[in-house]
Design a protein around this ligand. Sequence first.
Ligand SMILES: Nc1ncnc2c1ncn2[C@@H]1O[C@H](COP(=O)(O)OP(=O)(O)OP(=O)(O)O)[C@@H](O)[C@H]1O
Ligand SMILES: [Mg+2]
Length: 1021
Amino acid sequence: MRAKASDMHSKDCVKVAVRVRPFNKRERDAGSRCIISLVSTSISIQDPRDCHNRRSFCFDYAYWSHSGFTRDQTGLFVPEEPGGRYADQHSVFQDLGVGILENALQGYNATLLAYGQTGSGKSYSMVGYGPNKGLVPKLCDRLFEAIRENQENRQCQVVDLLSRGSRSAGGLRVREELQRGFYVEGLRKIPCENALQVEQLMEQGTRTRTTAATHMNANSSRSHMLIILQLKQIFSKESITKQSNINLVDLAGSERQRSSGSEADRLKEGTAINLSLTTLGNVISALADVAVGKKVVHIPYRDSVLTKLLQSALGGNSRTVMIATLSPADICYEESLSTLRYAERAKRIQNRAVVNESPTERLVKELKAENARLLQKLSRMDQEGRRATDESKELRQLLTQNELQIRAIQTLWEQHLQEALKDWEQQYANITQERRMMQMYPYILNINEDAQLSGVVKLFIQEGEWGIGLCDSAPRSISIKGLGIQEHHAVFRNEQRRVTLTPLTGSKVIVNGNAVYETAELQHLDRLILGSNCTYLFVGYPSERGGEDWSRYDYDYFQSELAAAEGIHLSESNTGCSQTDPSLLAVFYDYIQLMPMVAEANQISQELSKGVEFKLEIKNLALSDSRGHDLQKDIVVRVTAAGSKQVWMWSKAKFVNRKFLMEEVYQQFKAAQHEDNRVEGLLAVVLPRDKDPFWDPVEPLLLGTTHLWLQSLAFRIPLEEQLEVLGSEGTEEAILQAQLVPCTSTGLPLGEDDILIDPSEVLGRRLDFQLVLDQCCGVRWIREARNRGIQIGFRVFDCSEPLYTPAVWHNINPLLDHRVQFTSLQTSQRLLDYLQSSAVVLELWGLQEGCSVLSSSLGAVRMTAEGAFIIDLLHPSQAALSDSAELSCSVGALQQDVEELKSLNESLRKENHSLREQLNAVKNGGDGARGRSLRPSCDAEFARALKVFYHSMTSVRGQLQRLRRHRPSEESDLLGLRLFVDEQSRLLRDFSEQLEDGVSTLKQDVAAIVRRKRERSGIWS
Ligand SMILES: Nc1ncnc2c1ncn2[C@@H]1O[C@H](COP(=O)(O)OP(=O)(O)OP(=O)(O)O)[C@@H](O)[C@H]1O
Ligand SMILES: [Mg+2]
């Protein structure tokens, strides 16, 4: 479907289109739900976790490319039926591309920007894949068609932002000039005569980008792609030229902006890529504010290279279209929503586009005319015999200057064209040569995180033995660069049309997800990972290649294979059904995405001798909240410094940001190493701490949690527990001995007689209890390094602050001996509900040398004179007042209840009256009070029975704890073990007897009470 909004914006507002792509394999496998819907030009997005939360936006164009399409014989994606709602590449071009082209032909600058998260379809829309050509190639086709059709003289140049040859380390520099605005210094302009040439140039551009990306030593580095087409039209009749720039921008994934921008990190803004996206966001925000009449002092174009180059496209002299691409899947909700918000802001930007006309040709004519005049004047002077005067010297100078100027204007284009043609013909010859080799030899093909850059580098394995590694100049070697690649990394042997790969000592080689240490024979389409993350697909001899689809072996495939080898995968039962929890899936994908980055970070750390190790963990995998509900899971990175044993936990966002910074440090290190020609890895790279991405101030670390359930307090029964403290991923971190003691206001423990049968008896009354933390045993954190300490943190009910035990250090079994009393002055229903359904979550915090200990700020906490913490402060009436809607609701319900109760009361009163009459009749006016005393007496019996039961349960629990602690001694032999088993079975027998006893006594008591009650009620009937 392609929809276009009525032209309600003024002409030069930035036009915004949104496009929704089909599910990708991951999303299909996971049974993702589509949360995006389109109606005409408005788009809605549904929050997958909250069915009431649905946001709608309206744009200039909205494209549904999610469903309703098929692939025709030529490989084109087209609508299933003619006129179907699927928007194919052609219809997108008709709307957006044609407009851009027309603008350019009229002499306006035009810009097309693609924005969206990684994998959302930016490159698909801009460049396209295979036969599904995107906007850029289609636009070029049309442009040259227009040139051919038109008799006017038009020239087209493509600006190549990533030109080859000697580039300074910092890349190309952006300069500013008064007339030209910002421009790129030393940029090559390549004249093109037809669309094919532009396409070939783009192919070369991709090649350069791929090489740059792999030479960055980190595959995951992404860049923006900026193609500038300069169109110059010479209208000879009118003697004017029109010149326009067409900027085509495929931005790096938008999540980059969020990953560094949203979360506070000590070190801000990873790299130029992040900075440029953040700045672009700021520029768009500022311009959107300007558009709605807000006062904006400063628009931060200058803050990044990208925004400098796009200045005319945003708020300047350009007609601009932005295409925002979206994934339809539930797991991408946050990113998609943020893309839509971004697009909405961009929509408001207003540009002031003007036709770029210049009278260049007129200038030439004028210069020529002036020269003719000068020549005439000179010849006249000659005739008059006035030689070598000052005047004639000046005239001659003017003449040469004018001639130079004319030549410059006329020859520049020709010259450029000749130079460029020669240059890229050479390159094109290389490509032809490569195509020939592909039909002769097996080769390995690079697979990149960015699908546009995959399959660009082909390394051929000819007959014989070939080393692969950094080795630049060695004979018979294939040179690759990348993190963790050794000078001599591995050896390929191609003998009798079989190819084997042998890793060399100390180098990392993974084939199809598994590490390889010895010679392995390669099969067609095997996946190779060399070093920390250089991914290649092995392509066998042409005879082995069938018609199979290689595209499934994308970057994700490599990473999923690796994760599966580590035991992390979505189980079969999870895939393909719609039941998979989206948050769990998101965690799985984060894991796969971060895995290669963690491998690279580890490699960088190793090469820079930083001694820091990174490891992926799933936060809250095994943990739950105070009601026992699962907590939101998340990926975190555990960072450990080998020497000091310091540990940090980084969020995904922080890690990604730091990873960018690490790459930068690493590049600088490599550059310095190259200049100094030093032997590798001599010294650890020392950075000032405020610039060191590997370091952070140490902080206390949450090691794990355990639950102390509060239900017994509702009955005023004491509880003593040995609790297993579990780490995020379910490991046992420690055993914690804790107690709950119902007590008096002065802290004296209550006795058995105070046990309640009906917890509601506490309502409205004072309730005191103590939480006692006795000891922690077998603390893993301290066992790993003795210079560490722990604290326990907890929060009870509505107590505004978490409380902490004092820090204890250096002891594996530290005594805590910590007792805190809590008081509710007037117990509310809320507190009672809390006690009956919740637990105190006890958090085990790890302290390390140099970190500050945790302390509660008690400013806002109220306490009794005896030093007990007052909880349950918000009285029911106050609580209700705080929410008037809730209040009126409950008033309504109460009134209804009152009515019902009134009528019930009336009927009961009648029944009561008749019963009393009956009773009087039977007993002849006997003692009515006895009947009334029957009920309390039954309850008293019941209470007694329960107390006996609770008592026996306390001793059963003691027995259970003895059993838990009972372990065989480590040095026990077979005899010792047998004795242990005997003892264990005796304890078990005792335990089960006590349990049986307790339960059967309770059963008998209850049965007796029920029987008696029946008998007594039988008197009445
Ligand atoms: N409209 C579409 N129809 C069919 N397939 C699509 C469409 N849009 C995207 N795809 C597919 O989705 C995948 C990812 O798309 P693409 O490479 O364009 O993402 P991207 O936004 O450029 O990501 P990155 O930021 O990583 O460069 C590709 O395999 C592409 O073929
Ligand atoms: Mg892309």
